[in-house]
Design a protein around this ligand. Structure first.
Ligand SMILES: NC(=O)c1ccc[n+]([C@@H]2O[C@H](COP(=O)([O-])OP(=O)(O)OC[C@H]3O[C@@H](n4cnc5c(N)ncnc54)[C@H](OP(=O)(O)O)[C@@H]3O)[C@@H](O)[C@H]2O)c1
Length: 328
């Protein structure tokens, strides 16, 4: 495993982390019972970075991850990241959210992220000042953002006074390269790390067929799975290097300076995913993958816009909707 600093001043994290949305959420139906086996396998292979959120199974993912980390006795050796929902509009509500995260994990996360920007009519700085206060109150060591476009990221930086966010967690993969157009430029200039979510296009880049609803309705999954040029390029590089297409997809993100956080419900796959950090792509491999995926730089728009529509939904409705669904 290789390790890298998250942003200019963030924690040392493994080059590939692990997402925990899959575990405990109804969307993926991953059972919390396998959490410990997944964390053990990942940690044995050198992964020290785990990502969860308060809305994943409305807290069940956080509880499963926290319990696994505590039972394995590895709390001092891992960097746990969680997120509070963008439906928390003021410092007071962010602090309440952060307290809930600490309670469910059983310890304060190293990195506390705002999952998505607040509704468009709420001043951006209000929840961000809440993140800052959460650090002062000992509820996290670092703060991060998520689903912030390049433009919003620049605006957000003016809100912080005593610390800087270390990361922006955005969707980024061979099938979704929009962040290169805005997020990556701002992040590079300001020393902010990029955490790449859905790095396997929900499994399509690993070559699986869509067996769950969340995959069937995902436009990136469909686009990647049906793109012969991209899948052939991936298989070609993977075959030559004795790696899997999942590993090559993650190695490509690492070559771009991002920290991918793939998710899985299977311990063996966690080991495979960790192996992506050892896959050495040559400049020619990266160029081949760049070319085969070049359509996905602009195919989804020229500015990062995931979860943009939720910014027009009032906070209370966002929260009640998520609660009614049992979380994301
Ligand atoms: N900030 C945000 O708004 C946001 C949004 C989405 C996700 N996330 C984070 O990003 C993480 C990952 O993203 P994601 O869940 O959307 O998608 P992803 O990591 O791109 O794909 C996950 C899928 O890939 C499959 N998979 C994983 N490794 C595999 C392998 N080696 N071979 C074959 N299939 C494999 C998994 O299936 P199995 O379970 O069957 O292995 C699962 O279906 C989440 O856990 C979460 O922490 C954040």
């Amino acid at each position: 495993m290789i390790y890298t600093r998250l942003g200019r001043d963030g924690p040392q994290v493994s080059a590939v982390g692990l997402g925990f949305w899959e575990v405990g959420s109804r969307t993926w139906r991953g059972s919390p019972e396998v959490a410990e086996a997944i964390v053990r396998a990942a940690h044995e292979e050198g992964i020290n970075f785990f990502d969860t959120a308060e809305v994943y199974g409305m807290g069940r993912s956080e509880e499963a991850l926290g319990e696994a980390v505590r039972r394995l006795g590895i709390r001092e050796h891992v960097v746990v990241a969680s997120k509070v929902g963008g439906f928390r509009p003021t410092p007071y509500f962010i602090l309440k959210g952060a307290e809930g995260v600490r309670r469910r994990l059983g310890f304060a996360p190293a990195l506390l992220q705002l999952h998505w920007p607040p509704p468009a009519w709420i001043p951006l700085c209000q929840p961000l000042r809440g993140l800052e206060r959460a650090v002062k109150a000992g509820l996290a060591e670092y703060v991060g953002l998520s689903n912030f476009s390049g433009r919003l990221l620049e605006e957000a930086l003016y809100c912080f006074s005593s610390l800087e966010p270390v990361s922006d967690q955005v969707e980024y993969s061979l099938a979704y390269r929009t962040p290169e157009l805005d997020v990556a430029k701002v992040a590079r200039a300001k020393g902010i790390g990029i955490i790449a979510y859905s790095p396997l296009a929900k499994g399509a880049l690993a070559g699986v067929t869509a067996s769950r609803a969340v995959q069937r309705v995902d436009p990136r999954f469909k686009a990647a799975a049906s793109d012969r040029e991209l899948m052939d390029a991936l298989k070609g590089v993977a075959g030559r290097l004795g790696a899997t297409t999942a590993q090559v997809s993650l190695a490509w993100l690492i070559s771009k300076g991002a920290v991918p956080i793939p998710g899985t419900t299977k311990p063996d796959r966690a080991r495979e995913l960790a192996g992506s950090a050892d896959v050495k792509l040559s400049p020619e491999d990266v160029e081949l993958l760049d070319r085969a995926s070049s359509k996905f730089v602009t195919a989804w728009g020229r500015e990062y816009g995931n979860l943009r529509s939720i910014r027009y939904v009032p906070c209370a409705l966002q929260y009640l909707g998520l609660r009614a669904m049992g979380g994301a």
